[in-house]
Ligand binder design. Structure first.
Ligand SMILES: Cc1ncc(COP(=O)(O)O)c(C=O)c1O
Length: 456
């Protein structure tokens, strides 16, 4: 029982009356109860009515990478909070220093960690660093930030200016200048009829750079595998070409690992699947598996050195994140990394990722509504279509019904929701990295049952 209260019907009403939920149309709570999750253990969660679910989306938004109920993380946080809960980021703390040291052992070529407390904020830090480099080295001219259609980088006005999911940004403008979209690289929704699709999609980035003027572009910001935009794994050849293009035009490469970081794709970071070397890597969700808030912006010594000109009083990075100084985040993150290493969770992610892909591909044989299956590690998507031949996307309301049927079968999976006009049609799976073969089979059995229930 929770130490705060045993009265869960009071909690339900307190929630309904007082909480404004994220990403929720509250009209729905006039006829249904808010779902309150009261407990988690391993891959399982329980709601206020005692119903048990397999959580196939790691806390709803691919966050709880090592699963629920980790006493060792709770203890690490508790011990640190008693010792010292907080000190402003202009100074140091023991967990801040030790976590940065440990993290960088997994990120060859990168050498500095800047702490903040959300993915959006970490991405904003990169945008600010790039703008400051442009101001100092290029008279402010090399300041444009390129982002990709279907990618998402956060909920702030700055990161929404770099949002490739139009429904997330609609009605929140005007946005700051200097953000420019490049085409997405989803081959299933091909924009070019070519064999080497990956290279062609990367060449499209070069076309945008040439149109804008290479001397005006400072940064290219990409997700390694697009998450909320439909679980898009870039095709073969894409990343090598992207790296070449960035080098050719002296454009810094920023990989947003907020979702893929900390093992989700079977490597520590998603970009490490592709042999590329970014200039910035941002991370948040899985860094401490949601046990504490933490995000990091990691960069190279070359970038860091740009901010050390003592002859100019404005040259250093004049930025602060109050809660980037909380010690619970790095204390939890250190223990989170230890668990991933000691329990061999990267290898498990690869093996279970293969299993979920095999199961979903098998379901594709049976269910004509599955148009495409995509994934990397324990991060998979199944795009639903109304017609396999024309690839007409399944209506969002129908996909929502599939998710609801999954929950009736005791499994919570996710979907692209209110992100892309006409394309909110991909089911998403990102269970904790501790998933077993039985867990994976239970998840895909529920998908099978849910699709049968909705489409026959
Ligand atoms: C790829 C990506 N980047 C950034 C963010 C923003 O992170 P946060 O919600 O912690 O600000 C998200 C959140 O879903 C994300 O998926």
């Amino acid at each position: 029982m929770n130490k705060l209260t045993n009265d869960l019907s009071h909690v339900t009403e307190a929630d309904r009356a007082n909480v404004w939920h994220h990403l929720l149309q509250h009209k729905s709570l006039e006829t249904t109860d808010p779902r309150i999750i009261v407990k988690g253990q391993g891959l399982r969660i329980w709601d206020q009515h005692g119903a048990e679910f397999i959580d196939a989306v790691s806390g709803g938004v691919w966050t709880v990478n090592v699963g629920y109920g980790r006493e060792s993380i709770a203890n690490a946080i508790r011990d640190q909070l008693i010792e010292l809960p907080y000190w402003a980021g202009s100074g140091g703390t023991i967990p801040g220093a030790l976590f940065s040291e440990k993290l960088l052992t997994k990120m060859p070529g990168l050498s500095r960690v800047y702490y903040a407390n959300s993915g959006s904020e970490a991405n904003e830090k990169v945008f600010k660093m790039v703008r400051q480099i442009s101001a100092r080295l290029h008279g402010g001219k090399k300041s444009k930030i390129l982002y990709r259609e279907r990618d998402y980088h956060g909920a702030t006005i700055g990161t929404l200016a770099a949002c490739g999911q139009e429904e997330r940004a609609m009605q929140y403008g005007p946005f700051p200048d200097g953000f420019v979209a490049v085409p997405h690289c989803l081959e299933y929704r091909a924009q070019w009829d070519v064999e080497n699709y990956g290279e062609r999609a990367a060449d499209a980035i070069e076309e945008v750079i040439l149109r804008e003027g290479p001397d005006t572009v400072g940064l290219l910001c990409l997700e390694p595998v697009t998450a909320g935009g439909g679980v898009i794994v870039p095709p073969k050849g894409y990343w090598q070409r992207v790296q070449e293009i960035c080098k050719k035009y002296d454009i810094l490469l920023h990989i947003d690992e907020v979702v893929c970081g900390m093992g989700r794709t079977g490597t520590w970071f998603g970009y490490q699947n592709y042999g590329i070397q970014p200039d910035f890597v941002t991370m948040a969700k899985g860094v401490a598996s949601g046990y504490a808030a933490i995000s990091c912006c990691v960069t190279t010594e070359a970038v860091f050195e740009q901010f050390k000109d003592a002859s100019d009083k404005l040259s250093y990075f004049r930025d602060i994140s109050t809660f980037g100084g909380c010690t619970a985040g790095p204390a939890a993150a250190l223990e989170n990394m230890r668990i991933i290493e000691d329990e061999g969770l990267l290898a498990n992610t690869v093996a279970m990722g293969e299993r979920i892909m095999a199961n979903l591909n098998a379901l594709m044989e049976k269910h004509k509504v599955i148009g495409d299956v995509r994934g990397a590690g324990l991060f998979a998507g199944a795009e639903l279509v109304a017609d396999r031949a024309t690839k007409e996307p399944m209506a969002e309301a129908e996909v929502s019904r599939v998710v609801a049927e999954g929950a009736k079968r005791g499994v919570m999976f996710g979907m692209t929701n209110r992100s892309l006009t006409g394309f909110n049609n991909t089911l998403c799976f990102s269970p904790a990295l501790i998933a077993t073969p039985d867990d994976i089979d239970a998840i895909t059995d529920a998908v099978d049952g849910a699709l049968t229930a909705v489409f026959g």
